[in-house]
Write a protein that binds this ligand. Structure first.
Ligand code: UDP
Length: 524
């Protein structure tokens, strides 16, 4: 017998989120967790380690206070000594050396026991209805099996990427003897997409470290038994790719994004990922005053992600290109990789003094979504990490693409060739994470190319105008998707209904009518 719709709609669900410890993974999962916790009868727990929790605790406290959401953090210890990762480091972006990547994955595999203990000791109350975890922590699947809880994978990317990887992997189109410069036509896509071998993610450029190769294989294998996948994207952006990915994998896919739009006011936006932020933050005010002082659509925002692994020589070319445009800009340096060399150049070259009237340099954490949502931003020079790319799409301005590794070249193809809201700056070769020193100080993009790409999206002319219009249209679609009645909003309802059905229904017949009926009862 199927329980009645009214009975099911009163059931309380408990979603447990387990994010990967890296800003590009934690931030969207926390945003997604907040969206979910705003639904009726839904409680959300985020399991993470103390230093990671510190990055978003204030933002969750605000969420609880403002929306009365049932959302909490449960802490587990990061296994530093067991994995050989120095104390004080609990995330990928704070690793003192990329050589510790293997240790980091070892640490992730050691999270299984503490998560199991939480469930066994009834510290996750009520009993979890569903585990939503980053695909890079495959040990969670064993926890899910042990306690018979559905597991849903969070993949930090979009369906275009997922489909490209799936089709390339399954068609064996990337034989080992292919050279780095060979091009491959990705099979089975709605558009003609060609990728240079070296630009493909690590799955196809595995390197020589057997540990990492094994880890990647385990992650890939682990995707198979999942209940479905949640994606930070929206249907209007890539509907053909969503449907095709569902078709070829037979997997349930819920596009729930753009999740960063859950942060509505300036405090939410400025606080995202910034534990030091307070309501009276002078630095944030300085950025806003700067943006307020420029006309609509006139400022370039340049940021190459949370990891920013670009060589100092290449960064300098970007800076000099920004200077040559004579346009106002905000340039985020972050300062992780070979920071001292960059600082030396800045202090000797006089760059900051020369641009002080129209340029701001951010050397730490930038309030990216706050900046991007300001009307005076006119273009975003991005490394094409998926979050940044999507945040750029939300801002409704054209992108200038500077991909480096992982899924970033795919994302470049999506925004340049599929939705046509971006121009390439001209990066040809990937520099994979941890391989930077092997590539030395090579400059792939000169300052002239930087200027050229910026003018193609900000300059006068019909083409330039068209790209800006398209970008604006996609920005509007993104905002609609997340609003009540929008595609992502509805998909979140379907996800909740699906899990209610999975946990509480005694029969597995008539899922569709029941899900539809529940949809109307549940949407708050
Ligand atoms: N981010 C930010 N300030 C910074 C650098 C990054 O707010 O100074 C945020 C950005 O908004 C995005 C995330 O960090 O949400 C980075 O994720 P993405 O996928 O773009 O790139 P990754 O850093 O993982 O390469």
């Amino acid at each position: 017998m199927v329980s009645s719709t009214a009975q099911l709609s009163n059931k309380k669900l408990h979603f447990v989120f387990i994010p990967l410890m890296a800003p590009g993974h934690i931030l969207p999962m926390v945003d997604m967790a907040k969206l979910l916790a705003r639904r009726n009868n839904v409680k959300v727990t985020i399991i993470t380690t103390p230093l990671n929790a510190a990055q978003f605790k204030a933002s969750l406290d605000r969420e609880v206070h403002q929306n009365s959401s049932q959302i909490q953090i449960v802490l587990i210890k990061f296994p530093n000594s067991e994995s050989g990762i120095p104390q004080g480091c609990e995330s990928l972006d704070t690793l003192p050396s990329t050589d510790l990547k293997v240790n980091f994955f070892l640490a992730l595999s050691l999270l299984k026991e503490p998560i199991e203990d939480l469930i066994e000791q009834n510290l996750l109350d009520p009993f979890p209805s569903c585990l939503i975890y980053d695909k890079n922590i495959p040990c969670v699947s064993e926890v899910a099996t042990k306690f018979n809880v559905p597991r849903i994978i969070f993949d930090g990317t979009n369906c275009f990427n997922l489909l490209c990887n799936h089709n390339l992997y399954n068609s064996n189109k990337v034989p080992e003897d292919l050279s780095d410069d060979d091009y491959i036509l990705v099979p089975g896509l709605p558009h003609r997409i060609e990728m240079k071998k070296s630009q493909l993610p690590a799955l196809f450029n595995p390197g020589t470290n057997q540990h990492l190769i094994d880890v990647r294989e385990k992650i890939r294998e682990n995707e198979k038994g999942a209940y479905g996948v949640v994606v930070n994207s929206f249907e209007e952006l890539e509907s053909e790719y969503v449907r095709e990915y569902e078709r070829v994998t037979g997997s349930k896919v819920w596009c729930l994004g753009p999740v960063s739009l859950t942060n509505k006011d300036d405090v939410d936006k400025a606080q995202r990922g910034n534990k030091r932020f307070n309501d009276d933050d002078e630095i944030v005010k300085k950025y806003l005053n700067f943006l307020d002082s420029w006309p609509k659509g006139s400022v370039i925002y340049a940021c190459l992600g949370s990891l920013n692994r670009v060589s100092p020589k290449q960064l300098i070319e970007i800076g000099l290109g920004l200077e040559m445009t004579k346009r106002p800009f905000i340039w985020v340096l972050r300062g992780a990789y070979r920071k001292d060399e960059m600082e030396k150049w800045l202090s000797e070259n006089g760059f900051e003094e020369r641009v002080k009237d129209r340029g701001i340099l951010i050397k730490g954490w930038a309030p990216q979504i706050l900046i991007l949502s300001h009307g005076s931003i006119g273009a975003f020079l991005t490394h094409c990490g998926w979050n940044s790319t999507l945040e750029g799409i939300c801002s409704g301005v054209p992108l200038i693409t500077f991909p480096m590794f992982a899924d970033q070249f795919y994302n470049e193809k999506l925004v340049v060739h599929v939705i046509e809201i971006a121009v390439r700056i001209g990066v040809e070769n990937a520099v994979h994470f941890g391989d930077e020193d092997r590539f030395g100080d090579g400059v792939q993009v000169t300052r002239e190319k930087v200027v050229d790409a910026i003018e193609k999206v900000m300059g006068e002319g019909e083409e330039e105008e068209k790209i800006r219009e398209r970008a604006k249209e996609y920005g509007d679609l993104a905002k609609k998707a997340i609003e009540e009645g929008g595609s992502s909003y509805n998909n979140l309802s379907f996800l909740v209904e699906d899990i209610i059905y999975n946990r509480f229904s005694k029969s597995h017949i008539t899922i569709l009518p029941l899900a539809m009926a529940l949809h109307f009862v549940l949407v708050p």
